[in-house]
Design a protein. Sequence first.
Length: 414
Amino acid sequence: MSGNPYNFTRPVTDPAMFYGRGDVLRKIFNGLTDSNPGSYAVYGGRRSGKTSLIRMLERRLNERLDAHQQPFIVPLYMDMQFDPPSSPANFFQRLINRLVEWQSGAVGMSESLPPIRETDPAPSFAEAFIELYCRVRPKLGGVNLALLVDESENLQRPNWARGLDDNLRALLSNVPGVTGHLGLVMTGGVDFYTDMAAEKDGSPLRNVLDEEIKLTFCPPEEMLKLINEPTQFCLSKTVADGVLQQAGGHLFLAQYLMSNLWIAGLEEVNAELLQEFAESFLEKRRDFEGWQKSIGEIGSRIYSLLLQKDMSWTKSQIAKELNLSRMVVAKAVDPLIFHNIVSFQEEKLTWRGEMFKKWFADNIIPTLDLHESKESMSIRDDKGAKYVIHVDNAQGLIIGDNSEVDQDFQNRGA
């Protein structure tokens, strides 16, 4: 066997190592290459494979371009994590630059930019992009665009986010010459999902997206392919099953374990060495601390319940056991699902993975009172009103900051 194929620090770039997200990749790829390109939001926790997915989409679209397959789809990738735009105008300026870069480099044709200035408002840049694209497209035989935006939560927090969302929504739904020729994929974590899903003051993009996709835990059969195929099935069933048990459904954790096992020498691998590497993760890395912060107190109480009872629970059963409203439970379990530390199948939640379980048991459970919470959460009612709630277990009520809203929730038995 050649060099170590496992990598837990960078996005997956080798198609042969792209496991667990093939169905999602095919769904979005087929949607983007349709004669009327689709638009998608992809949600997942940290290290759940979002960047690997969007980069693999970019790769496959470029391969398609190189093969001259029609309709021509030009991918425009934008990473919002390390260098987020400073304004909507800056976002569209980058989009324009990417389009100009592609048309000059790929097909040897250069179009002059429409007259715009750095100080112009966002609509001026959006209009400049529209003008440029409408001039370029006919000359290239009808090229469509696929806008791939990674780490999109960085676009939602600034106070100008609504202006950007409004312009993107218009491009997708109501701009002659562009609408029907532009595909969009936006990836993001828990914060991105929260912002997009808000009933009021949420993203206006949401109701024009074709689909929202959650990157949940990787099925066991796909995890075992990741474990066994690159190693040519040289691991014992005990060790392979042990990796699956330690990582649960988390591809990143499986990559970490398998990379260390490979370096140690696969011929030397046994259950004891696997356990040693699982424990070394808890000592060397702090990923779980970030996941825990995202999960929050109520999410921690739910996860603790899953561990202590060691059984699958419905959301209604959890709400009853912890004396919480089902709405609070529903919001609190999303980060657990996004971080791939629980599965949600047949309406039941089940914990997955020994590694996070051990860290949680050692560091978090001793600080929790399972049936008492000082947690406050920002939520919205079904009318879109946003406010802060507190869980009062003694009275079994959800009490908001606004007394009129409180009474309304209490009357409806929230």
